[in-house]
Design a protein around this ligand. Structure first.
Ligand code: MSP
Length: 635
């Protein structure tokens, strides 16, 4: 049974980093589902967005010498552009720095407070900025968080949420709704975690400005997870408005398994306290590794979604991630597997079927749809295919839904081989039979072209343009009109030939290996001879602010900078950092400058100082003086 409305969400992504394959994965899955539900006529709403507050974002901005808002504004564009390239069809994009969100969070806070579930206390314990999560002493292993990242000791006044009060209500919710957390192992994991007891949760930070002000209290900002989770409701607007009335509770929160506890424990507890309905389901998918390794800076390059789209096309990327691993399990991305899938499932199975049918229609029917009765067994099989794929999709079993559709596709290729239209074409008495076979094939192509739309929207459009079909209900096997002249069939998925494949794989291996080898081969330079403190202090180091940066086209290494070191006018400094930075990355950054260096002429221009940087074989980083003012002494 389908409901009339369907509301699904992705996590909102942090803006401290540009989008990568992991982000693309959740969003592609959500998009496929949203499109699937819309195709069946359900009034669907699909939300994604960005998580822009918190210490993690503030720190990342400080490192780049810009404000958190500037950082968010620049990274959000990268997400929006990627979603466009991937044909993501979200209905709304929420940013937690928008007023509509901030006001909603403050309202929710007031509700929790009014219901007696928020109280002022004092927090003392461990906080992990990378996870934006509090951990107990027991959870810290060798000084690191359970996710293996650094933690810091925090001691400050804090507002607490009475999470402990919700242990029983949560357990009841899990029990009454066995599908509220999926897959089953994740459900079991959460139930046993909650059975183990819940501590109250610190929900405000006293020493962090980059957040939403907590109402009715001075100097506290709302804990970033209470802020972030609320996006799922704030995007629908006030509770009494039509969008919220229609779409809350959400049908599905799609997330990665890393953030399950926040979604399956904290979020429902906040909602219970606020007396709001709980989402129908949280589905936690698995984790991708890359070429067998955890995603790192280097492996991320080779799976930058933008690069994958350039190499394989958006539809192939979408197809691969949904087909390759069962949703819920971990998976490995490798270019070898990607190329094999493109060749086998896309170039071969679907590409060949469409090409064969297009070729035969041209050859035998002057590229027009022949009148003829479709094969009733195939039409019935199509109905069954759609029903089964629908059930699987509704269950987030994307790979199995695709397998089922591909089984039908495979059968069509067998049908053609078996019927051998090329033989019938030579027999003048077999004209009707040939027309019926071709019509069956064309209807199958049209039906397949429409059902793959949620996964491969671009391919679906190409097939519809070829056949001149419009949208009808998915199980239909009668989409074409007698005599319609077909359009051209644009190439769908070109085969990646063996030599190109070998070349590409070798280049990727070099890219990954290269960096790894260099990194392990790094040995620091030997130390300089001993020096006295007076000698050291004769070097005058100052904080500088880069006000302009220009390329020197004739130089391979130099950029021309104007750096404010607290004097009447900025200085001109020629810095040999062109291989590592583009001029626009530098403006607004704070650096450390050797300010009493004798001026030197480089490429005919005077350089009045030097910018400090640390480098090893894998890169170069400018020394960052943090927030200090231009001209401040560094010693
Ligand atoms: N901002 C929080 C989420 C708040 S939701 C109210 C956050 N953001 S994130 O940018 O770190 O994105 C996390 C999500 O990205 C994961 O839950 C998952 O959906 C996706 N992935 C990130 N890396 C991934 C892999 N390596 N593999 C698969 N998906 C992963 O957490």
């Amino acid at each position: 049974m389908r409901s009339e409305h369907y509301y699904l969400t992705t996590p909102i992504y942090y803006v401290n980093d540009v989008p990568h394959l992991g982000h693309a994965y959740t969003t592609i899955a959500a998009d496929a589902l949203a499109r699937w539900h819309r195709m069946f006529g359900t009034n669907t709403r699909f939300l994604t967005g960005t998580d822009e507050h918190g210490l993690k974002i503030e720190k990342a901005a400080t490192e780049r010498g810009i404000t958190p808002q500037e950082l968010a504004d620049s990274v959000v564009i990268r997400f929006e552009e990627l979603w466009q390239k991937l044909d993501i069809s979200h209905d709304d994009f929420i940013r937690t720095t928008q007023d509509r969100h901030k006001l909603f969070v403050q309202d929710l806070w007031r509700r929790l407070h009014a219901n007696g579930d928020i109280y002022l206390g004092s927090y003392e314990g461990w906080y992990c900025v990378a996870d934006e999560a509090f951990y107990t002493e027991k959870e810290i292993v060798n000084g690191l968080s359970p996710t293996g990242r650094p933690v810091e000791l925090v001691r400050e006044p804090s507002w607490f949420f009475r999470l402990s009060r919700f242990q029983e209500p949560l357990l009841k919710w899990y029990k009454d709704n066995p599908d509220c957390i999926r897959p089953k192992e994740r459900y079991n994991e959460i139930v046993s975690f909650v059975e183990g007891g819940l501590n109250d949760l610190s929900v405000s930070r006293a020493n962090l400005n980059w957040g939403i002000d907590a109402p009715e209290t001075e100097g506290h900002t709302v804990y970033v997870w209470l802020d972030a989770l609320t996006n799922y409701m704030s995007a629908l607007g006030p509770l009494d408005e039509p969008l919220s009335q229609k779409f809350w509770p959400a049908d599905l929160h799609l997330i990665g398994k890393d953030i399950l506890r926040f979604h399956a424990v904290f979020w429902p507890a906040f909602l219970l306290s606020a007396e709001l309905s709980l989402p129908r389901q949280v589905f936690a998918h698995g984790w991708w590794t890359v070429e067998g390794e955890k995603m790192s800076k280097t492996t991320r390059n080779v799976v930058d979604p933008n690069r994958l789209i350039e190499e394989y096309g958006s539809d192939a990327v979408r197809y691969f991630v949904l087909r390759e691993v069962p949703f819920g399990s971990d998976g490995d991305f490798s270019h070898r597997a990607m190329i094999d899938r493109v060749n086998a499932d896309l170039a071969n199975d679907i590409g060949n079927l469409m090409n064969r049918v297009s070729g035969m229609t041209m050859r035998y029917f002057d590229n027009c749809v022949p009148a003829g009765n479709v094969d009733s067994e195939i039409a019935t099989d199509w109905e069954a295919t759609v029903a089964e794929a629908d059930e699987l999709m509704q269950n987030c079993q994307f790979n199995r839904a695709l397998e089922r559709i591909w089984a039908f596709l495979g059968q069509m290729n067998v049908y053609i081989d078996h019927k051998a239209p090329w033989k019938l074409a030579k027999d003048p008495n077999a004209a009707d039979e040939l027309a019926a076979i071709l019509r069956t094939c064309l209807e199958a192509c049209a039906a397949l072209g429409s059902i793959v739309m949620p996964i491969m929207p671009d391919t679906s459009v190409k097939i519809a343009a070829w056949l001149g079909t419009e949208k009808v209900e998915p199980a239909s096997f009668s989409r074409l009109k007698d005599g319609t002249r077909l359009g051209p069939l644009l190439p769908l998925f070109p085969r990646i030939e063996e030599d190109t494949k070998t070349e590409r794989l070798a280049a990727i291996a070099r890219e990954i290996e290269g960096d790894a080898v260099e990194e392990t081969a790094f040995t620091p330079d030997p130390l300089q001879d001993e020096t006295s403190i007076d000698d050291f202090f004769s070097t005058d180091l100052r904080v500088g602010l880069i006000t302009t940066a220009e390329d020197l086209p004739k130089s391979k290494k130099l950029l021309k900078l104007q750096v404010d070191v607290g004097e009447a006018a900025p200085r001109q400094i020629l810095a040999g950092i062109k291989l590592h930075f583009s001029p626009e990355d530098l403006v607004g950054r704070k650096v450390v400058v050797v300010a009493n260096l004798k001026p030197a002429k480089l490429m005919g221009l005077e350089s009045q100082g030097m910018v400090l940087a640390a480098s090893d074989v894998s890169g170069l980083t400018l020394v960052d003086p943090g927030d200090r003012s231009p001209g401040a002494r560094v010693k």
